[in-house]
Write a protein that binds this ligand. Sequence first.
Ligand code: BYC
Length: 333
Amino acid sequence: MYTQALDIHPQLATPLVATEDAHKQTHFEETINHEGKIEPRDWMPAHYRKTLVRQISQHAHSEIVGMLPEGNWISRAPSLKRKAILIAKVQDEAGHGLYLYSAAETLGTSRDQMLEALHTGRAKYSSIFNYPTLTWADVGVIGWLVDGAAIMNQIPLCRCSYGPYARAMVRICKEESFHQRQGFESLMVMMQGTPEQQAMVQDAVNRWWWKCLAMFGPPDSDSPNSEQSKRWGIKRISNDDLRQSFIDATVPQAKVLGVSLPDPDLKWNEERQHHDYGAIDWDEFWATVNGKGPCNKERLATRVKAWEDGAWVREAALVHANKQKARQSKEAA
Ligand code: BYC
């Protein structure tokens, strides 16, 4: 009896397993093709899971590292109103990080693992946060352009095939939209101010413009992950198409603001019904992504210090949770 039940010849066992896997694979693909959502309980290919952990954790890291360039200006905001807005914005970014770490955790990776990857420099985060914020105008430009680029990239992620990521993105996009508007409004006020204030805004735009275009990632021809991610409904629109939409949307906004964009090749192309634009410095982008940007070391050191300084909070929370558990089981006994 036992031998019959357990001792299955591998050649007999394999087709059974393969059939089961094929069913799961078919169900997965049908869900994706019918624009359904994949949920944490569902079967998914290992590579789909890995891609999501990669993208969502990088996105989470970008949110919390993204708090740093603007956070530097909280103590130097020019008025109580601007300080309150900036505190709220930076706090929102922390919240986005938390939703995203939680979404990534549903894929079976722990937050400690993800943070360890960030702290040891193994994990990527957005290139844009490795540049310094030199003046108050940089804070406005980050809101207008960096958050503007982020929204352009993130709206399609609300339709991502992985449910927890898509749902997190809905809330994040609503908050990013407020961030973008506050940045634009703050720049508008400065542009109606003194010539020095106007020059400060123009200087910030000149320094951030090209970095924002690179935020969308390498050109489609050099984007190794795009094709598969699009097939799986993780990515809906390509890096180059999003970049183009961002440029087309931003040019008229720059006109309203009264600033120029630092690209002599930027002009409307009637035939394409899009703006043409100049060459992005991809060498500089890759150097920054690979740790050689102006602030990479400083950003990582700040995150590592925050993690170490927070050790006592994590320990206290753990002791408290254990005490509560012990009390509950004593009461139940
Ligand atoms: N910086 O094959 P590709 C925010 C990497 S937070 C660094 O096109 P994919 C905000 C890419 O990871 C903004 N690395 O990749 C927060 C890949 O390397 P790996 C963050 C970049 O994943 C606070 C390699 O290049 N937003 O908005 O198909 C305040 C090849 O690229 C970058 C997100 O994370 C970059 N810019 O597409 C204010 C959105 N670009 O992983 C604002 C979610 C590319 O193979 N992420 N790389 O080693 C995405 O939409 C996609 O992951 C990307 C890249 C479009 C970024």
